[in-house]
Design a protein around this ligand. Structure first.
Ligand SMILES: Cc1cc2nc3c(=O)[nH]c(=O)nc-3n(C[C@H](O)[C@H](O)[C@H](O)COP(=O)(O)O)c2cc1C
Length: 268
């Protein structure tokens, strides 16, 4: 009897100690993530360089690619955001020309990428990245602050009030400068630009799947309103918005399930 009471008391003590430790770490988490790094308008933020992190094969990323529209309130990491941007339009090598993760008609590279960062949306070291709109510098793999402040509700309003645009901690906005491509290919260049946005978008989907993040391609929005909210430069036109966040329900595709689906589509 005494032994059982003693064991119970020890278990209780361990439980209380564990609760206090958990509370301490949670508080520490909140305390440690209150300051924003010093990024001012026009100042460059160098992003963590790309490196293989997810450990997922392309096949696994493809089977887990899915549009996800419900995000938890949790922020995403700056290193994840950096990989998503790199996937969209980062460089891959220099062979006399800077090649990119997505193909480009005649290497005319018409796409420009912006990120709308919400308040507390991106964890960077011990702080949150300041809320605002940033432009991705492809060659330097860096961000330039375009404007400060959380503009997610304005973006949501411009995107026909699709809630995932408001709720995501960040949204990647793909814009295009058509002239770079139409200068060489005439009207057909318009088609090429749209194809390229698709390539970049699929890269974002796959990278998000590999990082266990959720995203969805958003094409339904008021072009002029989005351009205004983002603060795009002359000649740039928004084509796509990709809200990105931590999924409420993480999704992982299964090859076993797919096997069953094909068994049915092939008639058993
Ligand atoms: C060009 C394009 C535009 C899209 N626009 C929107 C949009 O405005 N809002 C949205 O919620 N989903 C949008 N989607 C996502 C599609 O609804 C989604 O891909 C489709 O339902 C298939 O689901 P899946 O991506 O999970 O396979 C768009 C997809 C594409 C390719």
């Amino acid at each position: 009897m005494r032994v059982r009471t003693f064991t119970l008391l020890v278990a209780l003590a361990v439980l209380i100690a564990a609760s206090f430790t958990l509370l301490y770490w949670q508080k520490r988490d909140v305390r440690d993530h209150v300051t924003a790094p010093p990024v001012a308008e026009g100042v460059e933020l160098l992003l963590p360089l790309p490196e293989p992190r997810s450990g997922l094969s392309v096949e696994e990323a493809l089977i887990s690619r899915k549009s996800i529209r419900e995000y938890s309130g949790r922020p995403i990491n700056l290193s994840d955001l950096a990989l998503l941007l790199w996937a969209a339009q980062g460089i891959t090598e220099y062979d006399g020309w800077y090649r990119r993760t997505a193909p480009s008609a005649g290497a005319t590279y018409p796409l420009e990428v912006y990120v709308v960062v919400g308040e507390g949306g991106v964890l960077s070291g011990n702080g949150y990245l300041a809320a605002g709109v940033y432009k991705y510098d492809t060659l330097r793999h860096s961000l330039l602050l375009v404007k400060t402040g959380d503009v997610r509700s304005e973006l949501w309003d411009s995107a026909l009030r699709q809630d995932w645009v408001r709720d995501a901690p960040v949204s990647i906005v793909i814009c295009a400068v058509y002239e770079r491509t139409t200068r060489r290919y005439g009207e057909r260049g318009v088609r090429y630009v749209h194809m390229e946005a698709g390539h970049a978008g699929q890269n974002i989907y796959l990278m998000a799947a590999a990082l266990k993040l959720g995203t969805v391609a958003v094409g339904a929005f008021d072009d002029e309103a989005v351009a205004r909210v983002v603060g795009v430069q002359r000649g740039e036109e928004p084509l796509y918005i990709f809200p990105v966040g931590v999924p409420v329900e993480p999704y992982k595709g299964s090859f076993d399930e797919l096997f069953k689906v094909y068994t049915v589509t092939r008639g058993g």
